[in-house]
Design a protein around this ligand. Structure first.
Ligand code: GLN
Length: 455
């Protein structure tokens, strides 16, 4: 009730939610009944959970921020949602996002932007700005996001929350409306590292419905966070700092906060090691070919026949006329831009030059990570170059928007886990700043230990 009241009080301004679950109280009451009857429930049972609208749900519409899916009801729940429900979590609503998770500000949502609770004139990050804003504004204690190039971590960075992108394959993508299937990962957005671990334990692990799901047994991430909280893990921890990264135009207050965090770690026994990752600087370029290529293919299913909107044009007779009119009316500008970019990159004659080259760069970035992790336990970076920017500042210039992802994209290209946690307020504008940690694939638990140690 308290969270529903909070949503009623602030969401008119924040607009974190596209849909609030009218049954939330009834579901919570049922959890109470079961608990009162002596049933052993999960420790998160009854806790509200905000769900990014990219994740399909049977009891609420799932639009992925797009007009083309307005009002769409899924016949099944995403695996992460069904696992959360099975643990007794209450899906309190669906959160706003850039259309099909393309963007870094939620300005590309077909339903209007979400506002950053720290400053309503500023963006909450993206694509998962709704989930991060909901958590930051105390409208929900926990949220789910998806991260293809930073959409969990960058919103967390600009809203002072914790965002975790698991190892690729660590959390099921079944029921996550695909953006770029080789990069997409679902993960938690929370206020503390322990909360993230608790939620990650619930949603993670093998899923037969996702062919890329890892069949590995994972340790408890909540246990890792509890262990890390003692701070012991920082003693002798080798923290890699990428020497090439600061050249990429970081705001002074962001860099300063980052240096202070490193000094704090050093004071607690960590060793800061300079590493070289010479190909990171090509990450954005490679990503913005691979992602549109995969997205253009994934979005082909919105054909006016199988899902969502159907526009029948005046005098239009053929299936193709209907398809074209539907996609013209249903997709926003950023989605169209990426479909054009992606189909171009995949077209015959250009495939090797664009998509093929980008895949090679991806391999080089993976090799950069391998050699870095031969020297260090984790890599630390500022999560994004700037704090929350103002509405309209970057939306007219796609390249500027894309460059925001410089520090988050490499983890998706390599499939490694990444966590961002609040590192304070920037000295130059008093807005939240995050620090990002990256670990080798499968070592998600290490991020929980280090994150909890610093919190
Ligand atoms: N800013 C990235 C993009 O626009 C984020 C994508 C994501 O993680 N969903 O592609």
């Amino acid at each position: 009730r308290a969270h529903l009241d909070r949503i009623a009080a602030v969401d008119g301004d924040v607009h974190a939610f596209l849909h609030v679950n009218q049954n939330a109280e009834a579901i919570a009451a049922d959890v109470d009944r079961r608990r009162a009857a002596g049933e052993q429930l999960h420790e998160l049972a009854g806790v509200p959970l905000a769900v990014k609208d990219v994740l399909v749900t049977t009891d609420m519409p799932s639009t992925s921020g797009s007009k083309i899916l307005e009002g769409y009801m899924s016949p099944y729940d995403a695996t992460v949602v069904s696992r959360a429900r099975a643990a007794g979590l209450v899906a309190i609503g669906k959160t706003n996002m850039d259309e099909f998770a393309m963007g870094s500000s939620t300005e590309h949502s077909a339903y209007g932007p979400t506002r950053n609770p720290w400053d309503l004139e500023r963006i909450p990050g993206g694509s998962g700005g709704g989930s991060a804003a909901a958590v930051a504004a105390f409208e929900a204690p926990l949220a789910l996001g998806s991260d293809t190039g930073g959409s969990i971590r960058q919103p967390a960075h600009v809203t002072g929350t914790v965002g975790m992108k698991p190892t690729y394959g660590g959390v099921s993508r079944y029921g996550a409306i695909a953006l770029a299937s080789s990069l997409d990962q679902v993960g938690p957005v929370t206020r503390t590292v322990l909360d993230s671990g608790l939620l990650h334990d619930v949603i993670g692990g093998h899923d037969v419905n996702d062919s890329t799901s890892l069949s590995k047994a994972w340790p408890s991430f909540a246990a890792a966070a509890r262990e890390g909280a003692t701070g012991q893990v920082l003693k002798g921890l080798k923290v890699g700092v990428i020497k090439e990264l600061p050249d990429s135009g970081f705001q002074a207050g962001v860099s300063q906060s980052f240096r202070e965090s490193l000094a704090l770690m050093e004071a607690h026994g960590a060793e800061i090691v300079e590493i070289s990752a010479p190909h990171f600087e090509y990450g954005v370029a490679a990503y913005y070919l691979i992602l549109p290529a995969e997205a253009s293919s994934n979005l082909a299913k919105f054909d006016s026949v199988r899902f969502g909107m159907r526009v029948i044009p005046d005098g239009g007779a053929t299936v193709e006329d209907v398809m074209a009119a539907t996609r013209a009316a249903g997709f926003g500008d950023e989605v169209k831009r990426r479909i054009i970019l992606g189909t171009y990159a995949l077209s015959s004659g250009y495939y090797d030059a664009y998509y093929g080259s980008a895949q090679k760069v991806r391999t080089l970035i993976q090799q950069d990570f391998n050699s870095a992790f031969a020297q260090v336990d984790v890599i630390a970076t500022p999560t994004a170059p700037t704090t929350a920017f103002k509405f309209g500042e970057k939306v007219g210039d796609p390249i500027q928007m894309y460059l925001n992802d410089v520090a988050t994209i490499p983890a998706n290209l390599a499939g490694v886990p990444g966590m961002t946690l609040p590192s304070g307020l920037a000295s130059d504008d008093n807005l939240p700043v995050g620090i990002q940690f990256l670990a080798p694939a499968f070592e998600d638990a290490r991020l929980y230990q280090v994150g909890a140690a610093l919190e």
